[in-house]
Design a protein around this ligand. Structure first.
Ligand code: DHB
Ligand code: FE
Length: 287
């Protein structure tokens, strides 16, 4: 059986990708940001996940106003790197895992989560920046990636509760996958930030730290946060934190915190990063 052994969450700021690609990680502004990922870089080489289910949001890159799936599950064998306006990032193409993705689609849809099956999708900074932060610069990504894109661009976004329940269903789906694979779920985006309007630049450290505390020890409490509360407390783009709830839902009820990092500033965003290890095998196979 596949083993969902840990989860990881991180912000996915595009300027972090540019700092990596342009060799600026040791500059004084960026050094404290990248220092927070040194543990992840060492740990991932030991943990060696075979497959990542990488929950992120597309930023009007693969999707546009023409088509806005709430939950888009990438079922392709490959996902090209998107051109977000200045050429595709110089990172390896993302290799999918069509067999496990098909199993996830089957399991989740029969559990009444209406996933959109996506067979062609370019992936943007929401997916590639976290890979670069954790794996650094490589010739090829050392694992398969199943992208799960969540709509947080066009209102209404899915609720925190719906996202957490989807995560739990992902945990069950992975636990019923017959191949012996080491699987992680990653949640990207957040933490507090606002890129538009009169409150542009908003950061709410108290909200972010409380979110980290509760995500680890009492994630059910976070499922009651409404989209309006995310908007008010964490800025217009803070809603990206619902992706962290999908990650957390997939893990065991009790988790061990292997890494917790929080840093301001990085571009317009409060950067948060967690690595959480499951304390019972198989994610949430038995509820
Ligand atoms: C920034 C953060 C994001 O999450 C994003 O998608 C785009 C920009 C920023 O902080 O600049
Ligand atoms: Fe974003």
């Amino acid at each position: 059986m596949a083993d969902l052994f840990a989860g990881l969450s991180t912000s996915h700021v595009p300027a972090i990708g540019a700092a990596i690609d342009l060799g600026k990680t040791r500059e004084p502004y960026w050094q404290p940001v990248f220092q927070g990922y040194e543990f992840a870089k060492r740990w991932i080489d030991e943990a060696k996940p075979d497959v990542l289910i990488l929950v992120y949001n597309d930023h009007a890159t693969a999707f546009s106003q023409e088509l806005i799936p709430t939950f888009a599950l990438g079922c392709a064998a490959q996902f090209p790197i998107a051109d977000e306006g200045w050429g595709p990032r110089p990172v390896p193409v993302v290799e999918g895992h069509p067999e496990m993705a098909a199993h996830l689609a089957q399991s989740l849809i029969l559990e009444e989560f209406d996933m959109t099956i996506v067979n062609t999708m370019d992936v943007d900074h929401g997916l590639t920046v976290p890979l670069s932060l954790v794996y650094g610069q490589r010739q090829a990504w050392p694992c398969k990636v199943i992208p799960l894109a969540v709509n947080v661009i066009q209102y209404p976004p899915p609720t925190a509760n719906r996202c957490y329940r989807l995560g739990q269903a992902i945990g069950r789906a992975v636990a019923s996958y017959p191949e012996k694979l080491r699987v992680m779920v990653w949640g990207t985006g957040g933490m507090s930030h606002q890129l538009q309007g009169p409150r542009v630049g908003l950061i709410n450290k108290a909200f972010d730290q409380r979110f980290l505390d509760l995500l680890i020890d009492d994630p059910e409490a976070l499922t009651r946060i409404t989209p309006l509360e995310f908007l008010r407390e964490s800025g217009s783009e803070g809603i990206e934190l619902v992706m962290w709830l999908i990650m957390r839902g997939a893990l065991s009820a009790k988790v061990k915190t292997l890494q917790r990092f929080y840093h301001v500033p990085a571009s317009n965003t409060a950067v948060g990063h967690l690595i959480l290890e499951c304390q019972s095998p198989g994610g949430r196979a038995v509820q």
